[in-house]
Design a protein around this ligand. Sequence first.
Ligand code: FE2
Ligand code: FE2
Length: 215
Amino acid sequence: MSTLFQSIKEDHEEMYEYHDQYKRARERGDVEAQARWARQLTWEIARHAVGEEIVVYPLMEKHLGDKGRELADHDRKEHQSVKERLYKLESLQPGSEEYDKLMTVIMDSLHHHNDDEEIKDLPLLEPAIGEQASKEAAQSFKRTKKLVPTRAHPAIPNKPPFETLLGLLEAPIDKIKDYFAAFPTEEEMKDAKEELKHRDHDAAASRAAAQAGNQ
Ligand SMILES: [Fe+2]
Ligand SMILES: [Fe+2]
């Protein structure tokens, strides 16, 4: 089981990887690929931000006192500015100079922000909560991310609001939290998964039994 630091860092690396893919597509002049990697990257950033805002920053506020609140506020402000820039990026044409410039600005500020989390935030938080709690937080963080769609779903454009990237970026964190609260809890899912191991529906046998019953 990974710790919170490991999970967060893994995500950060994922962002840098997608950005590298984007840059390579740009170097070879493949606009379609640039658009695809930029999209993958922006969704990843947005999902990651939601996960941190729901799981990580509240932990910092709870366990690190004034310092934690200060760091969390600062981080949320930086998220907000990245979100606004991602929002703007959506309105620009992939392949254009303007698009690429904004992408560079986004990634520069994000790099700084991510480094802060890795260098300042998590090294303070992890010892304060202990290894077990860190691992549990990592699980919640991953679960939260799983509930955010990995990409826009073309079949259901407006439901729920964050099925689209812009909807997700605009949604207040409380609204997202409420949405998640409408899903089964981890505990409930555990029971369901346990039961699932023993499920073995024999379609042919039950069909035959039903038919025999009808006769
Ligand atoms: Fe962050
Ligand atoms: Fe982060």
